[in-house]
Design a protein around this ligand. Sequence first.
Ligand code: CA
Length: 508
Amino acid sequence: MNKPVPSLKVHESDNVSIILTAGGVKAGVALDTGAVLLEDVPFGHKVALADIPKGGQVIRYGEVIGLAKMALPKGSWVNEHMIELPEPPDLESLVAPVEAPQPLPPLEGYTFEGYRNPDGSVGTRNVLAISISVQCVAGVVEHVVRRIREELLPHYPNVDDVVALTHSYGCGVAINATDAYIPIRTIKNIALNPNFGGEVMVVGLGCEKLRPEMIMNDDELTQSKMFMQEEELLGFGAITDRVMDQAREHLERLNKRQRETCPVSDLVVGMQCGGSDAFSGITANPMLGIASDLIVRAGGSVMFSEVTEVRDSVHLLPRRAANPGVVEDLVREMSWYDAYLAKGGADRAANTTPGNKMGGLSGIVEKSLGSVAKSGSSPIVDVIGPGERLRRKGLTFAATPAGDFVCGTLQLAAGMNLHIFTTGRGTPYNLPTTPTIKVATNSGLAARWFDLMDVDAGRIAAGEVSVEEAGWELFRLILDIASGRTQTAADKLGIKNDLVLFNPAPIT
Ligand code: CA
């Protein structure tokens, strides 16, 4: 008889365990958790550790991830075809804890090198960003950005890059619709991101619904705006020259920015996952949870997001609410999203992808329980809506869709200066303005995409490193990348995704 092969049971009450062997395990093989496989089971997938009757609970992370659609004998493969989703947690039943949770002990002595801004925020990069008020001008602005990069940037060596903050909003939209405030405040707040140094450029067309004054903010910012339709602008050359002239003024000031030593309390880290698999919740996301706790202990800010991935774990969060308002706000954001999905004839189950399922995730409940591990164990101090700016240091739930680009864009609007992204299936995702550290949940992906991934969290499943050690490694990498001492894999390759607005309001 061969030695039993290792598999992973997360919680003692679980009645499934996860296959850890690359390439899967064959029928007839015994697992270390006691089951003998009745059929071949792929890598990352679940095996029943006991006879589960039809209608019985399938338990992972100590939580019910589904109800068996059929009898699942011990040793059988448990996948998305065999389980039904339980009802989502009842939002009405969520109540604030009687006693607020204790903050984690402070952590001192860690710093990074950042660009301090006039408003007190700190950038991790020095970028000239050009906002637009309407998609009509995007092509022209992209053209000018290429010229600025080639003709002007070499004269301003302290400026890392120039980026057009393009979007599809601005006109042909119901600008006064109930939910139009979401795209509008997102466009406005992105321009205030700390990586742009308080320099705001807006290029508009002239006849659009989104007026630049709706984007321009306070007096402390150095701002310039122009409309392509201004009468004295004769032709394309005059228009592009005007943008170049304005850009030059902003570049002069940005070029004077210098990195200085800043406490970790100036970090604003956004956490996200995409292309998740069964390992997301046991390797990469818990590793982010440890790093998140370290940043919060050092006084910094961390956001976790993705409403449809929190919805099925939301009953686990009230005990971590720093005040009753956090629970009320969580319920408000979850209810809003339930209604938004229902209007489209969908629910939170629409979240999971074919890749998630191939990776061993049998539904949104299982995905969600793994996803919230990113938030670590700190108290949740605040909840913000989509496109809103962060208000407090500590751990905040920033309510956003789970779509990668949309979530990243909204976290930028919240003021994020560093992004961490976990993936099991693999994605080349990168934000154009902010370092994006990518963490592979399994070593197979990390090896295959050796030049696209920054961190291999699969070492945790292999027992080479503990979650705590891996979390500390990630924390140190965050400080190096925030300081510009190290570049992310995607930044080295120069690959970037678009910013994508969340617009739940009608277009006309
Ligand atoms: Ca995502």
